[in-house]
Design a binder for this molecule. Structure first.
Ligand SMILES: O=C(O)c1ccc[n+]([C@@H]2O[C@H](COP(=O)([O-])O)[C@@H](O)[C@H]2O)c1
Ligand SMILES: Cc1cc2nc[nH]c2cc1C
Length: 335
């Protein structure tokens, strides 16, 4: 029997009707395959939140001003954000990264300084980053994950904070999947109908101003991305290389995943899609990746909160596989 057949056999022989644990069975199979074992375990769960400022945020595409990005980083450092609460609740380690926030933070041992620049340029008229900045952000993301692997962690989620980043994510999705931008744009932090129309117009203009940009993932990321998105892209690539279980959060995280997937499609085998965001493009993005998310709680926060609330489900998947009796061991008739 192949390992896949052995794991499936183990799942099927648990004391339950065939398939009765639904998606938990798929997750258990996936985690066992990632770890190449019939007895997987989840060690030192960790969520990394990458924060960065966006030049495009100054074009009226968000309901909130750009300063909220650095203000929320301070909130993360003080333990007051949703991701602080949910990681604490579920015993998940939290690491914060300044990927490129337009603010000079006091040195703080809880904040990794990976600042590429003080925010990206507005991609309405310029490239968001230089080629070097984009490469550096990807490399930093990889390096941060490689350091976390050394702690023994084998399950990792990524979150982001960046006012304006639903605009970046929407354009990445539109360019990389050849989907009209209108189908990729949502309300983000909650723009009103007029602002929503303006957001679409701005992003259409941005795309036509960069008509020369191909569908190459790095070129698209450099032109329309954010430092947190590029860093997350590198982080996904490194985490999959390390054979970790990857927890994927909402719309922006999925757009970063899409960039990484275009660079290495193998990473999908390591990815658990934690939730379906309320953000308009997310369902379409997930369906293009041909994946089903675990939860739909109408969340649209980011920060890795979808990963943090879904993590107990991964624990349940591993626990049933390791701890449930089989029909044979429990003396239960299987037909
Ligand atoms: O994760 C999501 O699906 C998600 C959906 C909508 C908004 N967000 C968060 O809101 C911010 C981006 O929204 P906006 O309107 O400024 O583009 C950014 O900080 C994200 O973390 C996140
Ligand atoms: C307050 C606030 C918190 C956030 N967390 C992630 N994105 C956010 C956007 C806003 C506006």
């Amino acid at each position: 029997m192949t390992l896949l057949e052995q794991i499936q056999h183990k799942i099927n022989n648990k004391t339950k009707p065939l398939g009765a644990l639904g998606k938990l069975e798929e997750v258990a199979l996936q985690i066992a395959l990632i770890q190449e074992t019939l007895t997987p375990n989840l060690v030192k769960p960790h969520i990394i939140v990458f924060a960065a400022s966006h030049g495009i945020a100054n074009e009226g595409v968000s309901a909130f001003p750009s300063e909220v990005t650095f203000q929320m980083v301070l909130n993360f450092l003080n333990g007051g954000a949703a991701i602080n609460v949910f990681t604490k609740q579920n015993d998940i380690e939290l690491t914060l990264v300044d990927a490129g926030v337009d603010h000079d933070f006091e040195p703080n041992k809880k904040l990794i300084d990976a600042k590429i620049n003080h925010g990206t340029k507005s991609f309405l008229t310029q490239s968001a980053m230089t080629e070097d900045e984009c490469q550096l952000a990807i490399e930093k993301g990889k390096e941060i994950v490689k350091n976390i692997v050394k702690t023994g962690c084998n399950v990792i989620g990524f979150g982001e904070m960046g006012i304006g980043n639903t605009s970046s994510a929407a354009v990445l999705m539109s360019k990389l999947l050849a989907i009209p931008i209108e189908d990729c744009v949502g309300k983000g932090t909650g723009v009103n109908p007029d602002q929503y129309q303006n957001k679409i117009t701005i992003l259409q203009k941005a795309i036509s101003n960069h008509a020369e940009v191909s569908t190459d993932a790095i070129q698209v990321l450099q032109t329309f991305g954010g430092f947190e998105i590029a860093m997350m892209c590198g982080a996904f690539l490194a985490a999959a290389e390390e054979k970790m279980v990857l927890m994927i959060d909402g719309f922006i995280a999925s757009a970063a995943f899409l960039c990484a997937f275009k660079l290495n499609p193998e990473i999908k085998n390591f990815a658990v899609f934690c939730h379906q965001s309320e953000e308009k493009g997310h369902l379409l993005l997930l369906s293009h990746l041909n994946v089903k998310p675990l939860l739909n709680l109408d969340m649209r926060l980011g920060e890795g909160t979808g990963c943090a609330v879904a993590y107990p489900l991964l624990k349940s998947a591993v626990a049933f596989l390791n701890e449930m009796a089989s029909f044979e061991s429990a003396g239960v008739s299987d037909k």
